[in-house]
Design a protein around this ligand. Structure first.
Ligand code: ADP
Length: 597
């Protein structure tokens, strides 16, 4: 449909109404004026006719028509009114302007006929006799025998018509000026009325593109003022709501993108509605670029796609575990729920991908640990049980056998004790480390190394191994002295265990700008390269029988590693087979900065 501007709806209407009103007024005025003038002439004619009648009535009754004719001509001279006397037959008996003898019969004249039938008659028409537009007024004179004559007074109306057409001209000019004036006033009025509407339209357009800082101006009209006030209120509320929605949206986005879990929301057709950073990383895509795509174009894993299908078709929340190979074996726990719109109709689904690879690995470690502990404990227990049973079965009677068996039982009991001691140490370290109950104090490193060497001296002497401590007495560090001493002790103990007699173990403490390093160097059997990565694991030993023979538990290095970590440091090893090993504990110097206690 053709749409016009509001202004163009108002302006022509105003103009047309005004022009019609002006024309109607002009028509009414001209009509009234004409009527007024004609009425005046009418009155004048009738008074002239009456005057003539009073003078001519007796003459007419006596049929002195020549005298009447003279009287009519005299009247014309005095008052410029033409008088015609017409006999009932239509013959003209007297006339102010023409020769009676030359005049036609006037019985067909409308004013005459009207006067004969009604007593008086009137007409405005072209005079046959003198050829100008005349107004005629005729009255009949009667006696007892009926009409005697009709006296007709007439006057040309040309002058009045001229006068009237002058007035018409002036009125027309007035109408045109008034119309032009009305056109200007209508234009201004239309503009005044349409401008607020245009301004409101412009403001509404700005609101629609989110420019809520714009305000509709106030107007003089009460209703328009209220309307613009309402529009402004609406804009403010919209702005507030959009601000709230944007804030909530940003918060949700921030929460989603900071989540470690992957979150994917799809509509019921499987198109991605939302995908967070973690899920994007998982699928190897940028979240912003895949919105709207079908999930099958983004996620290739059939297990996840099946799970999504199941979630879309299920009213209850769904859950599943999946694992696949992708940079090592990865495990995911999936949670899904169907999404519903405000009317409760299913509109899609959301799934959460929780990477439980680490938890699964920890679970494996725990399972292995329990299996290892059980195995390590079972071996000495089985031996103890076996020897006890042998003794009970009769070996007790042989004192030599008894002593040998009891020594073996005592050895296994020592081993059990050593394992339990190490396990308790580890568990205490874990517990204390977790609740941060470990006290740190500034201690001279040389003291710690000296004490550890002192404690290991007996063992070293047993193998004729020289212990050499090299450490600047000035080196001080923040540490827990008993724990650090235990760690150094474990390293010295291993160095003695895995070294040949009469060799040397060097314990060094040194410091640089960043760290303090404690090294224990031996010239022992060394460790094959392939085992280096794993020797710090619990119960990991390179050579089971040798370790056991030497009274090892496989937990010593795990304890060293744990103590180093508690001090925010780490333990490293360098080893050459058959040449020796160097274990180094690296501790950060400013432990107070790196230690979150
Ligand atoms: P263990 O009680 O058996 O010594 P550890 O955890 O202390 O257990 O050590 C793990 C393994 O690392 C040992 O079984 C041994 O094979 C190897 N190892 C540790 N220290 C040394 C060393 N100084 N020289 C050679 N091998 C070592």
């Amino acid at each position: 449909m053709f749409k016009r501007r509001f202004f163009w709806q108002l302006y022509p209407s105003y103009l047309i109404i005004t022009i019609i009103a002006l024309l109607a007024l002009g028509w009414y005025i001209t009509g009234s004026l004409k009527e007024f003038y004609y009425k005046q002439i009418d009155d004048e004619l009738s008074s002239k006719a009456m005057m003539f009648q009073s003078q001519a009535v007796e003459l007419l009754k006596n049929k002195e028509f020549e005298e009447v004719d003279r009287l009519s001509k005299k009247m014309f001279k005095e008052s410029s009114t033409r008088i015609t006397v017409i006999l009932p037959s239509g013959r003209v008996a007297a006339d102010s302007e023409a020769q009676v003898a030359e005049m036609q019969n006037h019985s067909d004249r409308p004013e005459f006929r009207e006067a004969i039938t009604k007593g008086s008659g009137k007409s405005i028409r072209l005079s046959n006799t003198i050829g100008v537009n005349m107004m005629y007024l005729a009255t009949v004179i009667s006696d007892s025998n009926g009409p005697v004559a009709v006296i007709r007074a007439s006057i040309p109306v040309t002058a009045i018509d001229k006068q009237l057409s002058d007035i018409y001209g002036k009125i027309a000019a007035g109408v045109i000026i008034a119309a032009a004036f009305a056109a200007i006033v209508s234009l201004i009025t239309s503009r005044i009325i349409s401008r607020p509407v245009v301004q409101m339209k412009e403001a509404a357009e700005k609101f629609s593109i989110g420019r809520f800082d714009v305000r509709v101006p106030m107007f003089n009209s009460l209703e328009l003022n209220e309307l613009s006030q309402e529009l402004n209120n609406m804009a403010e509320q919209l702005q507030e709501r959009i601000r709230t929605i944007t804030k909530q949206h940003n918060e949700t986005k921030a929460i989603l993108s900071s989540m470690v879990e992957g979150v994917i929301a799809v509509d019921s057709a499987g198109h991605i509605v939302s995908i967070n950073k973690a899920a994007g990383d998982f699928a190897g895509v940028e979240p912003e670029k895949v919105s709207g795509l079908n999930i099958e174009e983004v996620i290739r894993n059939p297990d996840i796609l099946d799970f999504l299908k199941e979630t879309l078709g299920s009213e209850k929340p769904t859950e599943s575990d999946i694992s696949f190979l992708g940079g090592g074996k990865r495990h995911f726990r999936l949670h899904g729920a169907r999404l519903a719109d405000s009317a409760g109709v299913a509109s899609g689904a959301v799934i959460v991908l929780d990477d439980v690879t680490r938890i699964a690995r920890l679970e494996n470690i725990r399972r292995d640990f329990v299996a290892n502990v059980s195995h390590e404990l079972k071996t000495p227990i089985t031996s103890i049980k076996g020897f006890v049973e042998t003794l009970l079965d009769g070996a007790l009677k042989n004192p030599e056998e008894t002593e040998r068996f009891l020594k073996i039982i005592a050895k296994h009991a020592d081993r059990l004790n050593a394992i339990v001691d190490d396990l308790l140490s580890l568990s205490r370290l874990e517990e204390d480390g977790d609740v941060r109950r470990i006290n740190f104090e500034k201690t001279a490193l040389a003291d710690i190394l000296g004490d550890a060497a002192e404690l290991a001296k007996l063992k070293a002497d047993g193998k004729n191994i020289a212990l050499k401590v090299e450490c600047d007495k000035e080196i001080k560090l923040e540490c827990n002295p008993p724990l650090l001493e235990q760690a150094v002790m474990n390293l010295i103990d291993n160095a003695i265990k895995y070294s040949e007699p009469k060799s040397e173990v060097v314990i060094t403490g040194r410091e640089d700008e960043k760290e303090i390093a404690i090294s224990v160097k031996d010239n022992g059997c060394g460790i094959p390269k392939e085992h280096l990565e794993r020797i710090f694991e619990r119960f990991y030993v390179v050579d089971k029988s040798r370790s056991r023979k030497l009274g090892g538990t496989g937990l010593g290095l795990a304890i060293v590693k744990h103590i180093s970590q508690i001090h925010k440091g780490l333990v490293a090893v360098e080893s050459t087979l058959d040449k020796g090993s160097t274990f180094t504990i690296h501790l950060p110097k400013d432990i107070s900065i790196s230690r979150p206690i």
